[in-house]
Design a protein around this ligand. Structure first.
Ligand SMILES: [Zn+2]
Length: 258
């Protein structure tokens, strides 16, 4: 089975490296991927700054595979090639919100891996689970693995549009009553749930924001209308905040990473 290290190497034209050839079939101690006799491999030795020992597939293994060796030794995978979508053909940047939104709504053809570096110099690539379907996929957000059920996310995006419409209606009603002009709204600032930023703060992530509670209280929407928001796991709540942008921040497919 393909690993995220392999996908990252294939999609960025990075050759596997090693100091010797494996003498027998086995597995990679870092990503857990298969190693065949004759494959390029390297010793399971890590730099002093390496701090992810607990996440290694098998610290007692003899070898790391050529893909993991390439990823761990090449700084591009902790710099500009760390927040990415890796597929079997190409890699795409995943850093800009409009690009993240695009791939959350339009996941690529599986298998693929999505990684977000949350702190500087963080290894995320080899730790990312490989997604095998567009219906349920994963985002490695720093140390956290988010599980995204695509249908749940899309339902919540539709609900967000509905809530923004309802909020604008509420403002129009207020304007009509007070005989003043309705306030202009930045719809992208109307975020239905508490949100986490890139750095991965998860405090109260996914809780309903006050403006939504007010819409329910005043009868603009019902509790049933927001059921899709309540159904989200916290990873999907993070994804919703990214993927529900519109107008001048509408989702946009980025160019291939070269
Ligand atoms: Zn490996």
């Amino acid at each position: 089975m393909v690993t995220s290290s392999e996908l990252a190497c294939i999609s960025t034209n990075t050759k596997p490296i090693g100091t010797r050839k494996a003498t027998a079939n086995g597995h990679c101690g870092v990503c857990g991927g298969a190693i065949r006799a004759g494959d390029l491999v390297d010793d399971m030795v890590f730099g002093a700054s390496f701090s992810n020992h607990n996440e290694l597939a098998d610290e007692m293994a003899d070898d790391k595979c050529g893909y993991c060796a390439a990823i761990l030794s090449n700084t591009k995978f902790i710099l500009n090639f760390s927040t990415c979508v890796y597929t079997k053909k190409e890699a795409f940047p995943f850093g800009k919100k409009i690009n993240r939104a695009w791939f959350l709504i339009n996941p690529p053809t599986p298998p693929f891996a999505i990684t977000v570096q949350a702190t500087k110099s963080q290894h995320v690539v080899w730790r990312a689970p490989v997604s095998l379907s567009k219906e349920v996929f994963y985002v490695q957000l720093g140390d956290n693995t988010l599980k995204i059920r695509h249908k749940f996310l899309m339902n919540a995006i539709n609900t967000t549009t509905l809530l923004r419409d309802a909020y604008e209606k509420q403002l129009e009603d207020i304007a009509f009553k007070t005989k003043k002009k309705a306030k202009k709204t930045d719809r992208n600032k109307l975020r239905p749930l508490n949100y986490g930023e890139m750095k991965g703060q998860m405090l109260k992530l996914g809780q309903l924001q006050y403006w939504v509670k007010k819409l329910i209280k005043e009868g603009y929407v019902t509790e049933k209308d927001i059921a899709s928001l309540k159904a989200l796991n916290w990873g999907e709540a993070w994804a919703l905040d990214t993927a529900s942008t519109e107008g001048n921040a509408a989702p946009e497919k980025p160019d291939t990473l070269k």
